[in-house]
Design a binder for this molecule. Structure first.
Ligand code: APR
Length: 242
């Protein structure tokens, strides 16, 4: 039985002009994209330090790319779910809206979201390791692994943020400004354990936002939010955003 949002939550969300949302892997789970820390999460089956760090890429770029190419092929087969679509509807009716996502799967833009802050990059973009130029290359599978920059033939890497890497400053500033300005802050499908994303909900709360969490289970921020709705995002978000 999907929990019903409280009348106060529905009022707050309907009246808000400035809304920010933080999403994590959980919002893509119902589309069929594995999460990282859940029961069948990717970090239960693979070692992050072997696949999602600059050291791993320097050590074995082909292995790292085989993993990303496998994820790209999996994601290419799935569609946004009702949760992604509900957030696109919310954006359409909010004058001041930011969708801050930790996800690199590209399902939010595919669902129609545009006011995006992609904290951890995008799996469909490659970045030249020599000149940092980025390009979208959505071919699945990629014709050669590891791919090379078409301009200078240097190794190309996934344009995602790896463990141990800093997020681009402009992206961070946009995310924290959106959190500080929000009247309502919605946190969907994140374990809230990876920084700096995990600080955004508390930043919003301290700045006076009404914070709503959607997750299958309690997280470290559950005790600080105004309402937690423990149910699948694909079921709850359409109730929050009819
Ligand atoms: N609806 C709502 N929440 C869900 C659903 C669902 N259908 N399925 C899973 N969840 C929740 C889980 O309970 C968990 O709290 O989504 C969260 C997923 O947590 P993680 O797998 O840790 O993903 P995330 O929080 O996005 O990880 C953050 O860590 O590995 C890095 O860079 C990677 O962006 C990722 C970051």
């Amino acid at each position: 039985m999907t929990p019903s949002p409280s009348p106060r939550t529905l009022e707050k969300l309907a009246a808000a002009r400035r809304v920010a949302v933080l999403t994590g892997a959980g919002i893509s789970a119902e589309s069929g994209v594995p999460t990282f820390r859940g029961a069948d999460g990717l970090w239960r089956r693979y070692r992050a330090e072997d696949l999602a760090t600059p050291q791993a890429f320097a050590r074995d770029p082909r292995l790292v790319w085989e993993w990303y190419d496998w994820r790209r092929q999996l994601i290419a087969k799935v569609e946004p779910n009702a949760g992604h679509l509900a957030l696109a509807r919310l954006e359409a009716r909010c004058p001041d809206f930011s969708l801050i996502t930790q996800n690199v799967d590209g399902l939010h833009p595919k669902a129609g979201s545009r006011r995006l802050v992609e904290l951890h990059g995008n799996i469909w973009r490659l970045r030249c390791t020599a000149e940092q130029r980025t390009l979208v290359d959505a071919r699945v599978p990629l014709p050669e692994l590891p791919p090379r920059c078409p301009t200078c033939q240097a190794l190309a890497r996934p344009d995602v943020v790896w463990f141990g890497e800093a997020l681009p400053q402009a992206v961070l500033e946009a995310a924290f400004e959106a959190a500080r300005e929000a009247e309502v802050f919605l946190v969907v499908g994140t374990a809230a354990v990876v920084q700096p994303a995990a600080s955004l909900p508390l930043t919003a709360k301290r700045a006076g936002a009404y914070v709503i969490e959607v997750n299958l289970e309690p997280t470290p921020i559950s005790s600080s939010v105004d309402e937690s709705l423990f149910a699948p995002a694909g079921e709850v978000l359409p109730l929050l955003i009819p």
